[in-house]
Design a protein around this ligand. Structure first.
Ligand SMILES: Nc1nc2c(c(=O)[nH]1)N[C@H]1C(S)=C(S)[C@@H](COP(=O)(O)O)O[C@H]1N2
Ligand SMILES: [Mo]
Length: 383
């Protein structure tokens, strides 16, 4: 099958997504959608693909569990659902490339450009990875092990001919409180093809890249995944690292795992004008890799003075004190001071915050941009 033909069987998609790359398909919802649904409607959930979408027959589907396990085996979809206890997790997935375009605007980075909507929230149902690992006799208390996942996408690029892969440490995989699941449902329906039908991994609190779709294999190993996406992509380098010296940095730079604190303004959106003196509610999202967001600060004067936003849904959305889903926030302004520059930043309960200066965290791959989010608001005549 030629590279062109391999895209002939892509799923049907909404036409109002912002398409950042058509083949492989990469798209984020319109930013106003993000903030109007706490649980993102499935067909608006952002899509990050590295290859054509495989067309998998669920009746023939199996994944393999092997490597350093006592009883390697294959598991069919039917067996997965019938044999293990079902577990539901509400979890926001965010691509590490969220807000990459802001980084590129400072200095070009490599990778698909993304605005501030490369994240979405869903209710996932599946079985706990730790239950499957226990069943195959993995050494779950060995902190030096890694659990390596491969997906069934037909990768064609030289760099990732072996397919899409990624790994997580055993400490996360084996932890029942880590909530890592092999999901077969999203928002009460079977997974759509774009999101990994029939089975994907969901790794709450980690960058989206670790939540491998179209799961083909789970391998317990003594080292992290050999995959391009573990060893090359999704690493944060110093701003001084460039394509001439990056070879010195690949192996000594750790692969991204957990998410940092992130927050962004969704309303107003970029270059939306607001009438001077009118009443307006600024709003957006905030999330962390599992901690509760406790403060979102808003400035209407470019960061000189700050006030705090209202955060919701608040504590009740945590799952036994784990906050895998985003928080929403809003900040009402009686008399909007446009033209002005809105800035937002968030803190989690560990008092982890966000860096103020994008230039300090600029990196070659354009990942983990969690610098203070700025939106310049032009004035609009009231009449
Ligand atoms: N098999 C496979 N899994 C994958 C990917 C992929 O291209 N192939 N992309 C990863 C990346 S980088 C992200 S951010 C998330 C996106 O998940 P979504 O498309 O369901 O939003 O899936 C991850 N899992
Ligand atoms: Mo990603």
């Amino acid at each position: 099958m030629s590279e062109v033909d391999s895209y002939a069987r892509e799923p049907t998609r909404r036409h109002d997504m912002t398409v950042n790359a058509p083949q492989p398909y990469n798209a984020e919802p319109p930013v106003e959608i993000i903030r109007s649904h706490y649980v993102t409607p499935t067909d608006y959930f952002y899509v990050r693909n590295h290859a054509p979408v495989p067309d998998i027959n669920p009746h023939k589907y199996k994944f393999v569990v092997d490597g350093m396990v006592a009883k390697p085996r294959e598991v069919s979809l039917h067996e997965l659902k019938a044999k293990y206890t079902h577990h539901t997790v509400m979890c926001t997935l965010m691509c590490a490339g969220n807000r990459r375009t802001e980084m590129s605007n400072l200095k070009t980075v490599k990778g698909v450009g993304w605005g501030n909507a490369a994240l979405s929230n869903a209710i996932w149902k599946g079985v706990r990875l730790c239950d499957v690992l226990e069943d195959v006799g993995a050494e779950m208390d060995n902190p030096h092990l890694h659990v390596d996942f491969y997906g069934g996408d037909p990768c064609v690029e030289e760099n990732y001919k072996k397919g899409y892969g990624s790994s997580i440490p055993m400490s996360k995989a084996a932890d029942p409180q880590g909530d890592v699941i092999l999901a077969f449902e999203m928002n009460g329906e079977p997974l759509p093809r774009d999101h990994g039908f029939p089975v994907r991994v969901i790794v709450p609190g980690y960058i989206g890249a670790r939540s491998v779709k179209w799961l083909k294999s789970i391998t317990v190993k003594s080292d992290e995944s050999e995959s391009f996406f573990q060893r090359r992509d999704y690493k944060v380098f110093l701003p001084s690292v460039n394509w001439d010296n990056v070879n010195d940095w690949w192996d000594r730079t750790p692969s991204l795992a957990g998410l940092s604190v992130q927050a962004a303004i969704t309303n107003p959106k970029l270059s939306e004008a607001i009438a001077t003196g009118s009443s307006y509610t600024v709003s957006g999202y905030a999330l962390s890799g599992g901690n509760r967001i406790v403060r979102v600060d808003i400035s209407l004067d470019g960061g000189k003075s700050w006030q705090t936003a209202r955060i919701f849904p608040g504590e009740e959305k945590g799952h036994d004190n784990r906050y895998w889903a985003w928080a929403f926030w809003d900040f009402h302004v009686d008399q909007f001071p446009s033209p002005c520059e809105i800035v937002c930043k968030a803190l989690d309960i560990g008092n982890n915050g966000m860096p103020d200066d994008l230039a300090q965290i600029w990196n070659l791959r354009g990942v983990m941009n969690n610098s203070w989010h700025h939106v310049s608001v032009p004035a609009k005549s009231k009449y």
